[in-house]
Design a protein around this ligand. Structure first.
Ligand SMILES: [Zn+2]
Length: 141
């Protein structure tokens, strides 16, 4: 999109066509239409699609994330396990808050899905709609 925006200003129409940018613009428009056409997430749908490394911990995390109704997981877990789960959540940028409750043995890892799950999808849809409107007018895509 940034490149299409720049070239729409900088290049005349025939140069854009020769460079194949009109094809790229149509392809972008198709992708954006698909994003804009997605069913909005239901207000009670907390499921997050995610796949881990295949270990037992990731399997537990995957089940929790995939649940539509569960928002919180209290998980007694030793240090190495907590670190693995932290790393997975952070590297995937998952909308999940993680906190270690330092009571008992092992400590309990408390995972909480956050509203970011809904906010991100709404803003992605809003951005797609805005980009699509611009593409349609500037590129006739
Ligand atoms: Zn794993």
């Amino acid at each position: 999109m940034p490149m299409l925006r720049r070239s729409a200003q900088a290049l005349p129409t025939d140069a854009r066509r020769t460079a194949g940018l009109d094809t790229l613009a149509r392809d972008c428009a198709d992708r954006l239409r698909a994003i804009a056409a997605r069913q909005p997430r239901a207000a009670d749908d907390w499921s997050i699609a995610w796949t881990g490394c295949g270990c037992e911990l990731c399997a537990t995390l995957e089940t929790f994330l995939g649940s539509r109704s569960r928002q919180v997981l209290e998980w007694p877990l030793a240090k190495d396990g907590r670190r693995h789960v932290h790393t997975k959540i952070d590297s995937a940028g998952l909308p999940v808050h993680h906190q270690t409750r330092r009571q008992g043995r092992p400590y309990t890892l408390v995972l909480t899905k956050t509203e970011q799950l809904f906010i991100r999808e709404q803003s992605a849809r809003g951005q797609a709609e805005a980009d699509l409107t611009w593409l349609t007018s500037a590129w006739n895509a």
